[in-house]
Design a protein around this ligand. Structure first.
Ligand code: NAP
Length: 267
């Protein structure tokens, strides 16, 4: 795809939006934060015409969505409808949480979604609202060098404590936003529709935490706990590894490589 008119990024203040804005810095890029455009509202009149919209804005507070379903839907579903109104082809980011997690082998694009949380339901509705002219990218367990995320939280806790309790009965593929953003140009040359794009490999949150401490040289133990012990408001899939069944799908590096790249970036 020619990107002469450029790329508009929503959610540019978030961890993925930051990585996308950086990735497309060699073409005209219009990074819009929530202050520039609250996507729950119709698009402002002055937005530039672009070749593609990378829609990374979302209500991502999974637990908060349980108590605020209408507000979460206004951002996730309404926001996607408003992006469609711009008329440009679009990449809409979705999530492993559209699946119920009952499988024990990777979820592929043809598997039937069955979200268990409000967040997952709004994201599935957003997929339906994305229209025909869209790439729907389902990804999982994102982490990067900005915003609040699991890696940054563990680095903070690991420096403060001798031990942290981390859930060990949810499996997924932690995906580095730099690697996902780096695959977008390849995706834009491929047909539209649903694509599963997540890091290679899989682990539990406890395994991820142990790798973070090891690679960061932090002397902190991981105490494995169950999801029930943690007692969060939103249900989460016990297993949500994503793989693509499409032969030409872009391949992302292993999550361990993503972790190393993220730690280097964080200095
Ligand atoms: N994080 C994950 O583990 C994960 C996993 C799978 C898929 N995804 C999907 O990947 C995409 C990017 O997620 P992320 O991890 O980059 O999330 P993030 O860091 O929370 O970024 C989301 C951004 O959206 C913005 N936003 C929230 N409400 C908005 C509104 N009404 N109007 C405009 N902007 C708004 C937020 O702004 P504020 O900072 O001002 O709130 C934030 O900058 C989302 O579609 C998410 O559902 C995420």
């Amino acid at each position: 795809m020619e990107l002469t008119r450029g790329v508009l990024v929503t959610g540019a203040g978030g961890q993925l939006g930051t990585a996308l804005s950086e990735e497309f810095a060699d073409v005209p890029v219009f990074p819009l934060t929530r202050g520039d455009w609250d996507v729950a509202l119709p698009p402002p009149a002055h937005l530039p015409e672009v070749d593609v919209v990378l829609h990374a804005a979302a209500w991502t507070d999974v637990d908060g969505a349980e108590g605020h379903p209408q507000e979460a839907a206004a951002v996730n579903v309404g926001g996607t409808q408003h992006v469609v109104e711009l008329g440009a082809p679009r990449v809409v980011f979705s999530t492993d949480y559209v699946f119920d997690g009952l499988k024990r082998e990777p979820y592929v694009e043809s598997d039937a979604p069955n979200p268990r949380s409000v967040y997952g339901r709004t994201k599935l509705q957003a997929e339906a609202a994305a229209g025909d002219d869209a790439w729907i990218v389902r990804t999982s367990w994102l982490f990067g060098w900005t915003s609040t995320n699991f890696v940054r939280t563990m680095l903070r806790l690991g420096a403060e404590r001798d031990e942290v309790a981390v859930v060990d009965d949810q499996r997924g593929s932690p995906t580095y936003v730099g690697h996902l953003a780096g695959n977008m140009r390849e995706l834009l040359e491929l047909p539209q529709g649903v694509w599963h794009l997540a890091a290679d490999g899989e682990c539990t949150w406890a395994g991820f935490a142990a790798a973070i401490f090891e690679d960061a040289g932090l002397d902190c133990r991981v105490r494995p706990i169950t999801t029930a012990e943690l007692g969060r408001p939103a249900p989460r899939p016990a297993y949500s590894v994503l793989r693509s069944q499409r032969p030409d799908a872009p391949r992302l590096p292993h999550w361990r490589e993503g972790l190393r790249a993220c730690l280097e970036r964080l200095g």
